[in-house]
Design a protein around this ligand. Sequence first.
Ligand SMILES: [Zn+2]
Length: 201
Amino acid sequence: MYSGVRNDECLICEGSLLKGLDLYHLLVDDCICFRCRKNLKPKLKFSKFNNYRLLSFYSYNDEIARLLIRYKDLLDKPLAPLFLKEYMWLINYFFKGYKVILIPSSKTLEKRRGFNHLQAILKGCKLEVIDCLEKTDSIQRFSHHRSKVYFTFKESVDNLDKVIIFDDVITSGSSMLEALRLLAPISKKIVLISIITNRTQ
Ligand SMILES: [Zn+2]
């Protein structure tokens, strides 16, 4: 696998970060070059999901989807910072006092990856990140359950008054709904963050 990334090289094209340099790069400490960033079509957006505020950073497109697959399925771990690093200040600033709850992957997937892909993306986040949910692999046992996914608390956590539920991509929304089922009864304020969204509420 990938090693020895030079920090003046773009994580995607390995070109110089100075390529296409403009005011953006003088202000933003980015880990990919301006051209690659533009190709990802970043689009910071507040929308609603199930009446909860949903913050997302990219609308679904082939390029960002391809990178997410390269990162979490082909295990190209050094790509982790490209998704949110430049927005971390915003999360730290606007959601001070919130705790970040990670949407769990299946245990099989987590084991195969050898790292928590959401946690790695959140490096540099000053909020407390809590990996307290777990996904049950055998859905069949819960056939009475209406959702396609089933989460439980793997540890009890105190004071979940203000939480961010965090996932990489929101498509059917079933993971978010399942996390909300557990957190809505115990949290006073809930915000959802998904890096990529293709929902249009
Ligand atoms: Zn590049």
